[in-house]
Ligand binder design. Structure first.
Ligand SMILES: CC(C)(COP(=O)(O)OP(=O)(O)OC[C@H]1O[C@@H](n2cnc3c(N)ncnc32)[C@H](O)[C@@H]1OP(=O)(O)O)[C@@H](O)C(=O)NCCC(=O)NCCS
Length: 127
């Protein structure tokens, strides 16, 4: 499977932030997105932090590198625009594609939890 980076097509890629959603477009078409929330220090974590949820790449664009590009853009934006250093997300322990993506982009396991019959990890990325 060809990766988007092999086509040298970065000029066609746009990253946008709207309605608390990070969005990645390829040739003006939405390919990948993630909702986010800015959290104040709380019982969970003692610094201001970003929570990511519902990260997805549209089916026909999967496994081409877009998810990785989205995440790397999110890292830059959170660090340079929001001036925050911690990103958290939850992922089911059986979601291999997502886990591979998150570990590849430098997330690590913060905790493991059991939710009825499913278990999930909370992952953290420190920027
Ligand atoms: C998880 C998801 C976002 C990955 O997005 P993507 O754009 O396809 O990911 P990329 O093409 O950027 O792949 C980056 C890395 O992720 C991993 N990956 C992606 N698809 C994979 C698959 N089908 N199987 C195994 N690993 C996979 C690989 O490590 C890959 O790196 P590599 O190509 O060097 O091996 C996508 O599969 C998706 O939308 N899934 C459904 C929604 C979901 O589960 N979201 C996660 C919620 S926590």
């Amino acid at each position: 499977m060809k990766k988007i980076k092999d086509y040298n097509n970065f000029a066609n890629i746009k990253f946008n932030v709207e309605n608390n959603t990070f969005k990645l477009y390829f040739k003006s078409e939405l390919v990948s997105e993630s909702k986010f929330q800015i959290n104040k220090p709380d019982y969970f974590f003692d610094k201001k932090y970003i929570g990511l949820f519902r990260l997805k790449t549209l089916t026909k664009f999967r496994n081409k590198g877009f998810g990785e590009i989205l995440i790397n853009n999110i890292f830059d934006y959170v660090k340079n625009n929001l001036k925050l250093n911690h990103i958290f997300l939850n992922v089911y322990t059986n979601n291999t594609p997502a886990l591979n993506l998150y570990f590849k982009t430098g997330f690590s396991i913060f905790g493991k939890y059991d939710d009825d019959d499913e278990s999930y990890y909370t992952l953290v990325k420190i920027l």
